[in-house]
Each structure stands twice: as C-alpha cells, then as structure tokens.
Design a protein around this ligand. Structure first.
Ligand SMILES: Nc1ncnc2c1ncn2[C@@H]1O[C@H](COP(=O)(O)OP(=O)(O)OP(=O)(O)O)[C@@H](O)[C@H]1O
Ligand SMILES: [Mg+2]
Length: 265
C-alpha cells in the first residue's frame, strides 16, 4: 500500500508525555514522543502491550490531557481547539477502539449508535439523509443494513460489533481516523478485506489513518510509515520498507523476527 501521495502535515505531536499517578507509583506511559501524520497517509503505531500506544491515541483524541508536550492539528493547538469547539474537532478526528464492547451502550440499537455521531454536526440532517448515510457506511464495512440496524450490541458477534464501530467512525467522513486494534476480533481473512475497505476509503476521502496494532505484518501491509514504541518511547520511525528492511533498533529486529509472514493474503 506504500508509495501513495501523502500531502501536507495534518497532525503533529511534539514531546508528548503522559504520566499516570504520582510519587513512587508514577508510571510514565508516554515519554517525550514526537511524530507527524500527513494527509492521506496510513501510519502504523506498533509496539508490545503496555508500550503506550492507546495512551497516545487517547491524547490525540482529546480524551486524556497530556502531562507535557503539544499536539497540533493543521497547525492549531488541539487543547485550544477542544476548548473552543470540541465537536468541530471530533467531526474531523474519529476513533475506533480496541475493545468494542466497552465502548457500546448496551441498550442502544445500531441505528441509534450511528445516529449519535450525527449530533456532532452543527445542524440536523434531514431524516432521509441520515438513513441513507447509515446504510452506506454499514454496506461499506460489509454489513447488511436491514439485518443489523435494529439490533442491540449483545445480538451482534464480536466481529460485527467491530464493523459497526468502524461504520460509526466513518459516518462523518473524518479527516483522521485513529484505529486502535480495530480488527482484533475479526477472523484473519475478513480482517484483510475490512482493512482494504479502510484503505479504499482513505483513497476516496483523502482520509489519514493512524493504525495501532501489535501485528507488524498487518502494519506493513496497510501502511506507508511505521512508528515503533517501546516502554513509552518512540524507538523507530520511517517508511515501512526502510524500517523493516534495515531495522535500526534491536527491539524492532525482535518484533520482526516474530512475524511469520509479512504479507497476509
Ligand atoms: N488510566 C490509567 N491509569 C494508570 N495507568 C495507566 C492508565 N492507562 C494506561 N496506563 C498504563 O500506561 C502504560 C501504557 O498503556 P497503554 O494502554 O497505552 O498501552 P498499549 O501500548 O496500548 O498496550 P496494549 O497493546 O496492551 O493495548 C501501561 O503501563 C498501563 O498500565
Ligand atoms: Mg492499547
């Protein structure tokens, strides 16, 4: 998937740091991390469990304030954007989280769940438009709208829930999609087809994707660039071919050795 025309810098994180707790119990989950994401680029953030990937994601989304450092979106400081108009920021920056169950309201049917993202719009969409958009995003992620719209979360399989989450994130055609292990509950073959859906949408919408995963094979398959985290620090960054071809870091070499196959089919 590499070699696509990435554009201007969309988001830039500088010296991003997050400490949880204080004193002896303090944990530096993210430690002075700097990177940028360009328009229409797919970047994977990889690293072992606990290395700080989801903490980075939550800070980018404005769900967790950084202890230090700055995040800029199109040159503007995100903390300020969130203070002035957080809905405007979330219209442009959407997320799919790791654990689809935790982020579901158990009593909301799929229809309501998708409709909820429309509350971020400044006005109301005509009802027909909202329905049409829901059907469109559900089909895009491989779900039949009639079959799922009136279901509750527990009436869906894990994979279907993840697809619904992705559909929800796409409702507003965001400019940046932060996808934290978005396909962990989907079997390997449909995982690749769902990732291809995201990559096609990236082309179509010029959407930027930050893809967070443990799976270096999937990261290599989907991305232009890799960011590798270890124990809260960014230990490696570069185009996929470069990082995988000549891993500078011992940790990346080890990750690479654990990948059975780099190109899933
Ligand atoms: N709310 C919190 N309070 C205290 N510690 C936290 C909190 N959230 C994360 N941590 C700690 O921060 C570190 C990084 O966690 P994070 O969830 O960002 O890792 P991750 O790379 O996403 O891991 P995984 O691959 O397992 O999802 C871990 O040591 C974790 O225990
Ligand atoms: Mg995580």
């Amino acid at each position: 998937m590499g070699g696509s025309k990435a554009g201007r810098v969309l988001l830039e994180a500088r010296n991003l740091t997050r400490v949880f707790g204080s004193g002896r119990a303090a944990v530096t989950a993210v430690d002075g991390v700097s990177f940028h994401l360009r328009e229409a680029e797919v970047v994977s953030l990889v690293g072992e469990s606990g290395s700080g990937k989801s903490t980075v994601a939550r800070m980018l989304l404005g769900l967790l304030p950084p202890t230090a450092g700055t995040i800029r979106f199109e040159g503007r400081e995100v903390s300020r954007l969130l203070r002035t108009d957080r809905k405007a920021y979330w219209r442009q920056v959407q997320a799919v989280f790791q654990d689809p169950f935790a982020s579901f309201n158990p009593f909301a049917r799929v229809e309501r769940l998708l409709a909820n993202s429309l509350h971020l719009l400044p006005g109301r969409l005509p009802p027909g438009h909202a329905r049409a958009r829901m059907a469109e995003v559900l089909r895009a992620v491989g779900l039949e709208p009639e079959a799922v719209l009136s279901r509750l979360p527990h009436q869906l399989s894990g994979g279907q829930r993840q697809r619904v989450m992705i559909a929800r994130a796409l409702m507003l055609k965001p400019r940046l999609l932060i996808a934290d292990e978005p396909t962990s509950m989907i079997d390997a073959s449909s995982r690749v087809s769902l990732l291809n859906v995201l990559l096609d949408l990236r082309e179509e919408l010029g959407m930027t994707i930050l893809f967070i995963t443990h799976d270096l094979g999937l990261a290599a398959y989907t991305s232009n660039r890799l960011l590798v985290m270890q124990k809260g620090r960014l230990v490696e960054e570069g185009p996929v071919e470069e990082v995988l071809g000549r891993p500078k870091n011992e940790y990346t070499q080890k990750l690479l050795a654990d990948v059975p196959r780099l190109h899933p089919v």
